[in-house]
Design a protein. Structure first.
Length: 500
């Protein structure tokens, strides 16, 4: 199976990766002739970032679920693995999804570059290149050289580009390159208006294309002409004013313009990228807390992160013939943006273009139905209904097991939180009445009229009984995933008219 290596850079990278994981858990897949194994690599010096930790936890639960139930069951239908699992050697890299940035924690940039050991001329050059002031995590004004990097690069891509350049010499990069095959692909996710993402994208792309100059890498030929896509996220949210913070919303546009100019000269202008996706939103609503990183940096999920994740799906749908590179240059670079059909502060499925709506409406709706059944009706249903009693049983022992209690239930509740956060954000994504009955669950959708048209848990149990009759399942865990996918799909297509 070919692999898609995803480099998720900074806080935005983690949040987009979280949305992609939610889509894959719902069964959203690219319309392509082959499946891809997903290999996420999160790059963020701010290891205490709550957005990063939530994404890592989510990926871990997803991985545990697939290990128990396998693929081809509808939900959780794409394989996610760590780089460590691809390495067939005793010198294995970290089993985490996160790239370990060396010598960053509790380190000032001055010490990272060994400033005191430089000669006078190089000290003068460093002073010029990294002149200016910033605010550290204790809200003290300091020289840029004295920035502590364990909360990220706080809007300073010039510092980030130096630190992230260590990636090319890391064990992770070596193992990634040596295990990269001709049919594999790469996708880079980053924001453009901060520090980590703006620096990370061009640095990582350059290191990949220039890998043939790295003597430690045997797979360098494949990397030079690899099929590489990227998403660059422009400003899409607001932050509170805080004069003591190094992050100022007034800098977002100027930083974006500067980065775009650099990208034009060094990325798009020289055809280094095969497919580049731009995403932004000028509908800027309620501000996030201005947290440069020392308080954990936990932002609510946003609609833009959801559609950013769709860029990854779209990239996998592009035929190989349109992603050809020669001598490290894309022969036919592709540039894409995303749009909605109707301008609205609360996006529903009807506001999407038709192709996007068909891609996500049924699958996300199925996952919401699954979640509601687990939270509102499972305890009442088990040990009473044939679908639960018939082997392999789904009973109290099953719901007390770590698979259901920790992996599946925790993941599904995170899915519900993700939807609620997007619904409450601005611009909001709010296609569901999450606290309503099943009958009115999907906005702008009502069940078909006629006899037996009501959608409730009685009918849900009946559908589960019908779909499970005569079926063979390899385990209770696989039965739950496959049975609920088949049943929710039937309910939504037959009763609500959703298209498969």
């Amino acid at each position: 199976m070919p692999r898609l290596f995803i480099f998720a850079i900074g806080g935005t990278g983690s949040r987009v990766l979280k949305s992609l994981t939610m889509l894959m858990a719902s069964g959203v897949k690219p319309n392509s002739l082959q499946d891809f194994e997903i290999v996420p690599i999160i790059i963020d010096p701010h290891i205490s970032n709550e957005d990063l930790k939530r994404t890592e936890r989510l990926l871990g639960n997803y991985q545990s679920i697939v290990e128990k139930v396998g693929l081809d069951n509808g939900f959780f239908s794409s394989k996610i693995t760590t780089l460590d699992n691809l390495v067939d050697s005793e010198n294995r890299v970290s089993g985490s999804f996160t790239f370990n940035l060396q010598q960053v924690a509790n380190t000032r940039f001055r010490d990272y570059i060994n400033f005191n050991e430089l000669d006078d001329s190089n000290k003068a050059l460093a002073d010029i290149l990294f002149s200016g002031k910033s605010i550290n995590k204790r809200q003290e004004e300091v020289d840029l050289l004295d920035i502590e990097m364990d909360i990220g690069f706080v809007g300073n891509p010039n510092i980030g580009s130096v630190v992230l350049n260590q990636f090319k010499d890391s064990e992770e990069f070596k193992e990634f390159a040596n295990n990269f095959n001709n049919e594999d692909r790469i996708f880079i996710i980053s924001s453009i208006f901060g520090g980590t993402g703006a620096a990370g994208f061009p640095t990582i792309l350059k290191n990949i294309r220039d890998a043939m100059n790295n003597k430690n890498i045997s797979g360098r030929g494949f990397l030079r002409d690899a099929k590489i896509g990227a998403l660059t996220v422009l400003p899409y949210f607001n932050i509170e004013n805080d004069d003591k913070s190094p992050i100022q919303k007034s800098d977002f546009i100027s930083k974006t313009k500067a980065a775009l100019y650099y990208y034009k000269e060094n990325l798009t202008g020289n055809n280094s990228i095969n497919a580049l996706y731009y995403i932004a939103d000028n509908y800027i609503g309620k501000p996030y807390k201005n947290d440069p990183g020392d308080n954990g940096q936990k932002n609510d999920a946003h609609f833009i992160e959801l559609v950013s994740a769709l860029a990854v799906i779209d990239f996998l749908e592009i035929p190989d013939v349109d992603l050809i590179s020669l001598d490290g240059k894309a022969t036919r670079p592709i540039y894409k943006e995303f749009s909605i059909k109707n301008e609205s502060s609360e996006i529903k499925f009807s506001d999407f273009e038709d192709y996007t709506s068909r891609k996500v409406e049924l699958r996300l709706s199925q996952t919401v139905l699954f979640l509601k059944f687990l939270n509102e009706h499972l305890v009442e249903s088990i040990a009473k209904q044939p679908w639960s009693i018939n082997d392999p049983k789904i009973n109290k022992i099953f719901v007390d097991d770590i698979f259901y209690r920790t992996n599946l239930k925790e993941f599904m509740n995170s899915f519900g939180d993700w939807l609620k956060e997007m619904s409450n954000n601005t611009r909001g994504f709010s296609p569901f009445n999450l606290d309503s009955s099943l009958q009115t669950l999907i906005k702008d959708r009502t069940p078909t009229s006629g006899w037996f048209s009501k959608v409730d848990y009685v009918g849900f149990d009946k559908m589960l009984n019908i779909k499970s009759k005569g079926k063979m399942y390899i385990s209770s865990q696989q039965k739950m995933i496959k049975l609920f996918f088949d049943s929710t799909e039937e309910i939504l297509t037959s009763k609500f008219g959703l298209k498969n």
